[in-house]
Design a protein around this ligand. Structure first.
Ligand SMILES: Nc1ncnc2c1ncn2[C@@H]1O[C@H](COP(=O)(O)OP(=O)(O)OP(=O)(O)O)[C@@H](O)[C@H]1O
Length: 403
């Protein structure tokens, strides 16, 4: 038997997964435990569509992995099915603004779902909008719910003009046209502050906040999925509670918990094991964390990488925290070793805030009594993962090599 035979045999014989795709991010389960309140809330809003009324616009927010997309799609699929049963012309359109990150692309996606022909480029955004409006005027009696998921990707880059227009499209359409309502979804709670007051009030006719899951809730979610995804008996009993506990520590992210379980299963399968153990979960955690950190770090500008390296160095010396002043000195030192101009203290403060948002460091403002305030800065990602990711940058590698 040669190497490939061995690999093929092992995969064919592997008995870990029954249906791995159940753990993939796009899978929408039939049951969504611990989201009854949110399902009911959104369901009662969109139900108006069944009576031919325009449902209120809804603004949905909550941290990542709290089930916003899953709940929204679940409710809208059920709405469409119910409408079909009743013979009511109700439909929904789902647009992910991370993938369609300009007003043109968002409008083109909505328009083409409604059978309006729109080229990839070549028209003005205003023209696409006009064609969309024309089409909606022909759909009198229809109720269309448009979901704009991850709207922060659109708003942060292109502003909120499109949201403004879409949430008020009804005024333009008048009574003799389709009725359109918008569901805007975001995991950036601060986005609310960035929106124009008028957009906020028209999008937020209704608001639903998704709280994070706790460890017990994550366990229930994982159990439901594991039953479909794995063969009976392959998970050691403490695997699910362990995945849930790790993900609960990370603000209750169900996606993280499911990823952990999937990657742990894959590791077990790859090595030909017949059980998934806590050891596999621990290794899965390291692997996922490494990928996450690498993804974040690879997109950082050089000065942000240097600030991160300074945090790494300062907290590696047995200290848990560093402060803004100390960090600036160390960063300046690193910049001068590379012979490049340092940026201002103010810019470094901005970088600290960005790195905090990206989840690689955490910066807490503390009062030091009459000495004023300072920030206590600590690394929140795995130090080795950060070091490895930083060393992929040739310039930073010079500094790491010089130590
Ligand atoms: N209550 C639940 N029951 C079962 N699976 C869930 C539940 N909540 C979330 N999930 C699953 O967790 C993953 C992440 O959920 P989802 O994509 O809905 O999160 P989100 O809040 O939209 O996150 P983001 O803001 O990052 O897009 C998906 O695979 C989803 O199916």
């Amino acid at each position: 038997m040669d190497v490939l035979d061995e690999v093929f045999e092992r995969v064919v014989k592997a008995r870990i997964f029954r249906n791995r795709s159940v753990l993939s991010p796009d899978y929408i389960p039939d049951k969504l435990p611990h989201r009854e309140r949110e399902i009911r809330a959104l369901g009662s809003i969109v139900a108006q569509a069944l009576k031919g009324e325009r449902p209120s616009n809804v603004f949905i927010y909550g941290l990542t992995g709290t089930g916003k997309t899953a709940v929204t799609l679940y409710v809208l699929r059920r709405l469409e099915a119910k409408a079909k049963e009743l013979g009511a012309p109700v439909s929904y359109i789902y647009v992910n603004c991370r993938q369609r990150d300009t007003p043109y692309k968002v409008l083109a996606e909505i328009a083409s779902t409604l059978d309006v022909r729109v080229p990839f480029t070549g028209l003005s955004t205003a023209e696409v909008y006009t064609r969309l409006v024309r089409r909606l005027k022909k759909l009198r009696g229809h109720v269309i719910v448009v979901v704009l998921d991850e709207i922060d990707w659109l708003v942060k880059r292109k502003g909120d003009d499109l949201l403004y227009k879409l949430t008020r499209i009804g005024y333009e359409l008048g009574l003799d046209a389709a009725k359109v309502s918008i569901i805007g979804v975001t995991n950036d709670v601060k986005l609310v502050e960035m929106l124009d007051a008028r957009v906020r009030s028209s999008l937020g006719e209704e608001e639903i906040v998704f709280p994070p899951y706790n460890a017990k809730q994550l366990e229930d979610i994982l159990r439901e999925r594991a039953e479909l995804a794995f063969n009976p008996g392959v998970l050691e009993p403490d695997v699910i509670p362990f995945c849930a506990a790790l993900a609960a520590r990370e603000h209750g992210d169900a996606r993280r918990a499911l990823d952990l379980l999937r990657v742990a299963g894959e590791l077990a399968e790859r090595e030909g094991a017949d059980k998934v153990t806590v050891e596999h979960v621990k290794r899965a955690w390291v692997e996922i964390e490494r990928d996450r950190v690498r993804e974040v770090v690879s997109t950082l500008p050089l000065h942000a990488k240097l600030v991160l390296l300074a945090v790494l160095e300062l907290t590696a010396e047995g200290k848990r925290y560093t402060t803004t002043g100390e960090l600036y000195d160390t960063y300046s030192n690193l910049a001068s070793k590379l012979g490049i101009e340092r940026v201002t203290q103010r810019r470094v403060s901005d970088i600290i805030a960005e790195l905090d948002m990206l989840g690689v460091i955490s910066a807490r403002v503390v009062s030091r009594g009459r000495y004023g305030k300072t920030r206590m800065i600590t690394l929140s990602a795995d130090p080795k993962a950060v070091r490895d990711a930083l060393s992929e940058d040739p310039l930073v590698r010079i500094l790491l090599g010089a130590e």
